[in-house]
Design a protein around this ligand. Structure first.
Ligand SMILES: [Zn+2]
Length: 145
C-alpha cells in the first residue's frame, strides 16, 4: 500500500516535471516533493535555504547551489512563484489555486486568503481601463488588532 501510494506520488511529481518540459532528475524530484508535500497555508513559502535544510534532514545530498538552480528552472517553467515579502529573502511556492497574501508586519508571518469578490473587482478595474486582467500581485501588510 505504502509503495503504491509512493509510486503514485512520484508519478505525480514526474508528470509535473514533464509537463514543464524538465527532465525528472533526482534533485528536481526531491525539491518538487518538498514544495508539494508541505503546500499548506503558512508553511507553503520556502526560501532556498529552507529547502536545502529540509533536504539535509531527509538525508539528501543536494548542494545549496543546485537548490537555487532548480528553483530558478521551476520558476522559468511556471511551476513555482517567487515572492519577496516584506523584509524577507525570496521565498518560493508551488503555483496552485489563486490566493492572496498578507504579511504580519510584526512577526513576518505570511497568511493566505481567497476572496472571489476581490478578484471580480480587480477584473472590473482592469476592464474599465480597457484591459484584461492576466495576473496581479497583491500583498496586504497587516498588524494584529
Ligand atoms: Zn502563498
Amino acid at each position: 500500500m505504502i509503495i503504491g501510494w509512493y509510486n503514485t506520488y512520484m508519478n505525480k511529481q514526474n508528470k509535473e516535471l514533464k509537463k514543464a518540459g524538465l527532465k525528472a532528475t533526482l534533485p528536481r524530484i526531491k525539491i518538487m516533493e518538498i514544495l508539494a508535500s508541505t503546500a499548506i497555508q503558512e508553511e507553503a513559502h520556502f526560501s532556498a535555504e529552507d529547502i536545502y535544510k529540509e533536504l539535509l534532514n531527509n538525508g539528501e545530498n543536494i548542494g545549496l547551489a543546485s537548490v537555487y538552480r532548480v528553483l530558478t528552472q521551476f520558476e522559468s517553467a511556471g511551476m513555482v512563484k517567487k515572492h519577496h515579502f516584506e523584509g524577507s529573502h525570496a521565498v518560493y511556492e508551488v503555483i496552485e489555486e489563486n490566493h492572496e497574501h498578507m504579511v504580519d508586519v510584526e512577526t513576518g508571518k505570511v497568511l493566505e486568503f481567497q476572496d472571489a469578490a476581490l478578484i471580480e473587482k480587480l477584473n472590473k478595474v482592469a476592464n474599465d481601463a480597457g484591459y484584461q486582467l492576466v495576473d496581479h500581485n497583491l500583498v496586504l501588510h497587516v498588524k494584529k488588532i
